[in-house]
Design a protein around this ligand. Structure first.
Ligand SMILES: CC(C)(COP(=O)(O)OP(=O)(O)OC[C@H]1O[C@@H](n2cnc3c(N)ncnc32)[C@H](O)[C@@H]1OP(=O)(O)O)[C@@H](O)C(=O)NCCC(=O)NCCS
Length: 167
């Protein structure tokens, strides 16, 4: 049984930034050490997920920066912005701490992020080809592969998309 109901999703504020960085460092090592190597993951997270880089996201126009919080710890985060005049929602990051994975938190963050952009017609993301667990998650969530791109360090990234259908 999932205990996702203990988590609530809310917008990130400045006081969360250190906890979000800690989550990203932990989850990036757990996910990507096998792809990029631990030292490179440390380098990338120091650069991309520095406190200054994360704080700067709080001001990105047409974006949403969310965390799943149980009152004691932050279990997951999502960051998305838009392209194509707001029609395409780009899910830039979706990370659930290893100890919290498989409880519905990723799905909850995905649904919440979509709900923040009523003008969007589709949601798109890039995922490393070697990240089989995340690809299985996105397929289970109704995404389909639409293309390919170059990720960090030239690693192949696959582009996935799903339409946003409003009930
Ligand atoms: C990928 C990730 C965000 C998914 O979040 P999560 O909270 O673990 O996933 P959920 O528990 O919400 O799963 C939702 C659905 O996807 C399915 N799913 C999740 N992981 C799966 C897997 N490895 N294989 C198959 N299906 C999977 C679940 O069965 C569930 O379906 P259900 O609701 O019908 O039962 C999370 O595992 C994560 O942060 N992984 C490491 C970082 C990462 O790779 N992020 C993505 C970068 S692009």
């Amino acid at each position: 049984m999932s205990d996702q109901s203990l988590m609530f999703v809310r917008t990130v504020s400045k006081r969360d930034v250190q906890a979000v960085r800690d989550l990203l460092v932990e989850t990036w090592h757990a996910t990507y050490d096998v792809i990029y190597g631990a030292d490179r993951v440390t380098q990338i997270t120091d650069e991309w997920h520095s406190l200054a880089a994360l704080e700067a996201r709080l001001d990105v126009p047409m974006s949403e920066f969310l965390v799943a919080d149980d009152g004691e710890a932050i279990g997951g985060m999502a960051f998305a912005d838009t392209v194509d005049d707001g029609k395409t929602l780009m899910l830039r990051q979706l990370y659930v701490r290893p100890a919290f994975q498989g409880r519905g938190i990723g799905g909850m963050l995905l649904d919440e992020v979509e709900g923040c952009f009523p003008e969007a017609a589709r949601i798109r993301l890039e995922v490393e080809e070697a990240n089989a667990k995340a690809i299985a998650f996105y397929l289970a969530q109704g995404f389909a592969r639409i293309g390919e791109a170059k990720g960090a360090d030239g690693v192949v990234a696959l582009i996935y998309e799903r339409p946003i259908v409003w009930a």
